[in-house]
Design a protein around this ligand. Structure first.
Ligand SMILES: NC(=O)c1ccc[n+]([C@@H]2O[C@H](COP(=O)([O-])OP(=O)(O)OC[C@H]3O[C@@H](n4cnc5c(N)ncnc54)[C@H](OP(=O)(O)O)[C@@H]3O)[C@@H](O)[C@H]2O)c1
Length: 259
């Protein structure tokens, strides 16, 4: 595998002509990814539940002179197979293919012992952070398959977490969902081995300066953390350069980026 160089400078046209969907594109890491992918030439499909935030991102991308994105308002907490099929049909009609899918949206949920965990919150967190990843990937797979032979091949990048890789007390459904995301990625990766060009991988961003991190660690000084923009060279590299050797891998951003 071509190794990632933390000092790599992505060329401006790295993702030119690519169509990449980003969930949770209205805030935090997803918003930075949407901007970064568009700034490097991609047409970004902005998935999120808050249309006003998506419109802001849309306006900023257009104002920067980058390819016009597409807004796909969707609440992943309640997304169904039918919703996912409708989204796939809309993308098919507009583009006929999909070059990348970044599963980024998630909610933290309550930070309490499982013994006291609200069952409704459990369902919301599992639906948003895990089930939506399955439903969207399943529905969008034919469009990813249709992306053709251009290197690098299409990538589905799931977003993991230290809480999923090393589940521990008080992380509740978030930890369980993130552990499930790692398993989901590996099952999709294994099933596509030798029969598909689609690559599957996961990334654990590590502590990053966002609203979710501040909610999880209210005593932490955000200034000590990398920003979402600091992570973007690795995200760009994974979608625009990395070869099949990342297929099936759980990537710890901190280790790769030397932040
Ligand atoms: N930040 C960290 O330190 C860190 C560490 C490890 C892993 N992660 C993971 O990295 C990813 C991005 O996290 P972040 O820190 O950028 O979080 P964030 O700032 O809270 O952003 C999360 C995004 O997901 C969206 N979202 C939440 N629920 C949704 C739903 N039901 N339907 C559609 N969109 C929904 C949010 O929309 P709204 O704007 O409407 O709320 C927001 O755009 C997450 O998967 C997170 O688990 C983050």
């Amino acid at each position: 595998m071509t190794a990632f160089d933390p000092h790599w400078q992505p060329p401006a046209d790295l993702l030119a002509g690519r169509v990449i969907a980003v969930t949770g594109a209205g805030a935090g890491i997803g918003r930075a990814a949407a901007h970064s992918f568009a700034a490097h030439g991609a047409t970004v499909l902005l998935f999120g539940r808050n249309e006003a935030k998506l419109i802001d991102v849309y306006d900023e991308i257009v104002a920067a002179g980058n390819p016009e994105p597409v807004i796909q308002a969707v609440n992943l907490a309640g997304v169904t197979a039918e919703d996912s099929s409708r989204l796939a049909a809309a993308i098919d009609e507009g583009f006929g293919r999909l070059d990348g899918l970044l599963h980024n949206a998630s909610v933290l949920g309550p930070r309490v012992p499982l013994a006291h965990y609200d069952p409704d919150k459990w369902h919301e967190v599992i639906a948003t952070n895990l089930t939506s990843n399955f439903l969207l990937t399943q529905a969008l797979l034919p469009l990813l398959e249709a992306a053709g032979e251009r290197a690098p091949s299409p990538l589905v990048l799931f977003t993991g977490s230290g809480a999923g890789l090393r589940p521990r007390a008080y992380w509740g459904a978030y930890a369980v969902a993130k552990a499930g995301v790692e398993a989901l990625m590996k099952v999709f990766a294994d099933e596509s081995e030798n029969i598909s060009t689609v690559r599957f991988a996961s990334i654990n961003p590590g502590g990053t300066r966002t609203a979710m991190r501040a909610a999880a660690f209210p005593g932490e000084d955000p200034a000590t953390l990398p920003t979402p923009a600091d992570l973007m060279p690795l995200y760009l590299w994974l979608f625009g350069v990395a070869d099949a050797a990342v297929h099936g891998r759980s990537i710890e951003a901190r280790e790769w980026l030397a932040l």
